[in-house]
Every structure is written in C-alpha cells, then in structure tokens.
Design a protein around this ligand. Structure first.
Ligand SMILES: [Ca+2]
Length: 273
C-alpha cells in the first residue's frame, strides 16, 4: 500500500511539470502506461456484396514493398518504424539502414521518410559518422501529432555491432519540441520499447510520461526511494525544458511522498535517467 501511495504521489507531482496536453492521460488513473486501455484499432467498414463484385477471383494479391520504393545496396537492410504520437492520432515514420558496400554489417547509410508520405523513393540516403561498429546517424526531423498538438520530433539514431557476437542494435535518441498553452516545451528521451514485426523494428515514441519508483522499508519510519522517469513506451527521460521568464529553463522533477497521517516521508529533486 505504501509503495502504491508513493507511486501515486510522485506521479501526481510529476505531471505538474508537463504541458496541459499531457495531463489528460494522467487523469485516466493509469500510472505506468495507457496499455491497459489501448485505443480500439480502427477497422474499415466492409460491404460484403460490394467487395465480392470489386475483387475478381483472378486478381493476384498485391505484394508489399517493404523497402517503400528505395533500392538498398545491402541485401539485408534494417527496417525501422517509429510510431509518433499517442492515442488514436499517430503517424508512422519509416527509416531504412543501408550500407554503402554491397555486403557486411556496416549500416552506414540512413534513408528516412522525411515528408511522412509513406515513400522512400523521394528521399536521399545520408552517410553516418563513426566507425563500423558504432555509427552515429545524422539527426532527422519531422512534424507529427502529439495529442492535440503538432510537435517537432528529431531523431538521433545510433547503431552498434558487438565485436564478439556480431549482434546489431539500434539506439534512438528522440527530441520532442512542442508549444503548449503556456509556452515552449522540449523533451529528450533515450531508448524505448521496441518490437520486431516481420523484419521491421518498431519503436513507440511520444507517449505520456510516468514515474517508476522502488520503495524499500528500512524501519518503521524510513524509506529508501529510487525513481526513474520514463515514458509509457519505456523511454528514459534525459531532460525536460519548460517555459520560464522568457527563456527555456531546465525542469527538474520533484518527488514528495506523504504518509496517510500527513507526515512527509520524502521530499527531494529527482535525477534524470
Ligand atoms: Ca517520402
């Protein structure tokens, strides 16, 4: 019970730092993520009779171009989709990691759907900095929904190849800039929950924020509380800048935990992940 109270208290205080557009999700009572109440997947209405007449039996099913009109050099390109936004209003942002050489595991080229039109045929591959085992790709910026607002999403993609195993991994750094009612806000997130779906690595970004705490009872009066701030998509928050005095100011989340008796158990600034 005390742990729950700590989480609730911390969460309620944390959302005080967020622009109005984000408070809505906090009011749902979901502390960790909106996963318990996902938006219903939209399904197109189907008129049965009409469908039968419009789809002749001899018509072959269309093949899906996973490379979205881009012709990769590498026979095994890495396909990535960032789902931007939250709730029902989202945009998918496609990227492909390719190689300037015809083979190997050095993914030194990045092609991104910068205009979000679902095609990479109109895009240009950009060469990364770094070494073959550690590439730092040029930042890509797109505009997409964030709740009721438009936000600027900027991605810095880092890729790694482990020397011993040859295991390849992608580490996205996401910057979200938006203007809420009371001024400009910016966030920086590291990593995030990802899944592999038929050769496409998917990341969810731009979800509501939550606070995870670990509470250890040392004795009857004292707690040890560790907390990290994450988005609902498991991105670790590196910084939050909010409006203040005409200039952007670093917002440092503050945790206050009170016992049912009203006694303050914890009252401190939090560290970013
Ligand atoms: Ca495009």
């Amino acid at each position: 019970m005390k742990k729950t109270l700590a989480v609730i208290a911390g969460y309620l205080l944390l959302i005080g730092f967020l622009p109005a557009c984000q408070v809505g999700d906090g009011e749902t009572g979901s502390l960790r993520s909106p996963e318990g109440q996902p938006p219903a997947a939209p399904s197109a209405p189907v008129a049965k009779g009409q469908q039968e007449t419009q789809t002749p039996a001899e018509e072959a099913p269309k093949s899906v171009d996973q490379n979205l009109g881009y012709a990769p050099n590498n026979p095994n390109p890495k396909r990535i989709v960032m789902r931007l936004g939250r709730g029902e209003d989202t945009k998918d942002f496609a990227l492909i990691l390719d190689s300037s050489k015809k083979s190997g595991t050095d993914y030194d080229l990045l092609v991104a759907d910068t205009d979000l039109d679902g095609s990479l045929a109109d895009e240009t591959a950009v060469k990364a900095d770094g070494e073959p085992d550690r590439r730092r790709h040029q930042r890509v910026t797109v505009t997409a929904p964030f709740g009721d607002l438009d936000a600027e999403y900027a991605f810095g993609l880092h890729t790694y190849v482990r020397g011993e195993t040859g295991e390849f991994s992608v580490w996205p750094i996401t910057y979200i800039n938006l203007t809420a009612n009371d001024g400009k806000w910016s966030y920086m997130f590291l990593g995030g929950a990802s899944s592999d779906d038929a050769g496409v690595q998917r990341f969810d970004v731009g979800g509501p924020l939550s606070l995870e705490t670990v509470v250890k009872l040392k004795d009857r009066e004292t707690f040890d509380i560790a907390a990290t701030i994450k988005s609902a998509s498991d991105q670790t928050i590196r910084l939050i800048n909010g409006p203040g005095g005409g200039a952007q100011t670093r917002v440092r989340p503050h945790l206050v935990v009170r016992a049912p008796s009203g006694k303050t158990i914890e009252d401190k600034d939090l560290d970013y992940g």
